[in-house]
Design a protein around this ligand. Structure first.
Ligand code: TYD
Length: 392
């Protein structure tokens, strides 16, 4: 075992006051020296995480919509008529919207009914299902093989990576590409962003682990591209074995991963020590500020914040409220820590002395927005990549 974050609720289980909130699992991690995977040890049933009330719609983030638009253009197959594009975890269809607009045959797959309905209402072909080898065979019989398979922030949610790899091998056309991107292990270790670890992120991938897992199924990692999204992500490009030459950039990144020690247990044990230090540091800072009579609020009720709040035992006695733009979270309580979530507008009437930036992966967008409307009497507390107070 590497980390022990203690009992954890589901990261996205925002509940109304009075609603039952007793489910907990043990959030611990491990590293496998054989396949180089870093993963959580116990994952709640996927049905508990992805359901008809999944509270995240990709289209609510302007920066993510623009990111997906560039993603689509970069890997767009041709000609349009012969191509078939599949997206695993298609959410509300933000990425497939372009495929639809350009006349590509396409199919989105997502296990959360509410987001699938949203995609369909925009004319996108989508089905509500978990991707599996069995589903891949059915798609091949109905539509043929896929020229492109895309996924963003979803492969790390799938518990059975072997079934996923077999499904991709089945569905992917001989010259096709499987392109996916996920929060990157190298960035997590650099920033000590342990808040990336929660129930939906069963794995935090590296180039080395992705290469090892897919190689078992005749699939080859051929390119890697670092991305700025989600606080540091990596894009992985996979093809059938011996169809494409691996890029120089990929070989360079794999070399750096070894230099960074992503292939040895010691690196992860050091990371776990750092997490413990961050926990003490954050508690000390917040308890000190509260004892001095300051009011503290959270900015962005992210899934990531569930790990920090529950691991560091921070609740409503320290954080008065969270503000968040997601209507599905407003009027509810943060999972486990039970802190009320309100809209940013509602927060304007009761601004705190300190806002903790839990949505640190959107720091630029948020600071641009807030530079106008946040008075200088409110200071920011950054928690990632380091814990610090930033005054305006
Ligand atoms: P997200 O980036 O999806 O992180 P996670 O995967 O950890 O949930 O979530 C960002 C959250 O921050 C989301 O609940 C919306 C909120 N948010 C704001 O409240 N204001 C903003 O300006 C932005 C960009 C996000």
């Amino acid at each position: 075992m590497i980390n022990d974050f203690g009992p954890m609720p589901i990261a996205n289980s925002f509940r109304k006051e009075g609603d039952e909130d007793s489910f907990r699992y043990k959030l611990t991690t491990s590293f496998c020296e054989f396949c180089k995977l870093f993963q959580i040890n116990e994952n709640p049933k996927v049905e508990q995480m992805f359901h008809d009330a999944y509270p995240f719609f990709t289209s609510t983030s302007k920066s993510m919509v623009s990111h997906f638009s560039k993603f689509f253009e970069k890997f767009m197959p041709s000609p349009v008529g012969d191509s078939f594009i599949v997206e695993i975890g298609s959410n509300d269809g933000s990425l497939l919207a372009q495929a639809k607009n350009m006349g590509f045959r396409h199919l989105g797959i997502d296990p959360s009914g509410n987001v699938v309905e949203r995609a369909k209402s925009h004319g996108i072909n989508a089905i509500c299902a978990f991707f599996s080898e069995k589903l891949a065979s059915e798609i091949v019989s109905d539509h043929g093989k896929a020229t492109r398979i895309y996924a963003a922030n979803v492969i790390c949610h799938i518990p059975d990576l072997h079934d996923l790899a077999r499904g991709v091998r089945e569905l992917l056309a001989p010259e096709g590409l499987f392109v996916f991107e996920e929060p990157y292990l190298g960035s997590m270790l650099e920033k000590i962003s342990y808040d990336q670890i929660y129930d939906e992120h069963i794995y935090i991938f590296s180039g080395l682990s992705v290469q090892a897992v897919f190689a078992e199924y005749g699939l080859q990692l051929v390119d890697l591209e670092k991305q700025g999204t989600h606080g540091g992500s990596m894009r992985y490009v996979i093809a059938h074995e011996s169809t494409t030459t691996p890029s120089k950039e990929m070989l360079g990144i794999l070399k750096r991963e070894k230099e960074q020690g992503l292939n040895t247990t010691e690196t992860y044990l050091e990371f776990a020590n750092e997490c413990e230090k961050r926990k003490s540091q954050l508690r000390e800072l917040l308890i000190g500020l509260t004892e001095d009579g300051n009011r503290i609020a959270g900015y962005g009720a992210t899934s990531k914040s569930t790990t920090i709040l529950n691991y560091c035992h921070i609740g409503n006695e320290i954080i008065e409220y969270f503000c968040d733009t997601t209507p599905e979270k407003q009027g509810k309580l943060t999972p486990g820590s039970r802190i009320p979530v309100i809209s940013r507008e509602a927060a304007q009437d009761k601004l705190p002395d300190y806002f903790i930036l839990f949505a640190w992966n959107h720091a630029e967008e948020i600071m641009r927005l807030e530079s106008e409307r946040m008075p200088s009497s409110v200071a920011w507390i950054n928690i990632i990549p380091k814990i610090e107070i930033v005054s305006k």
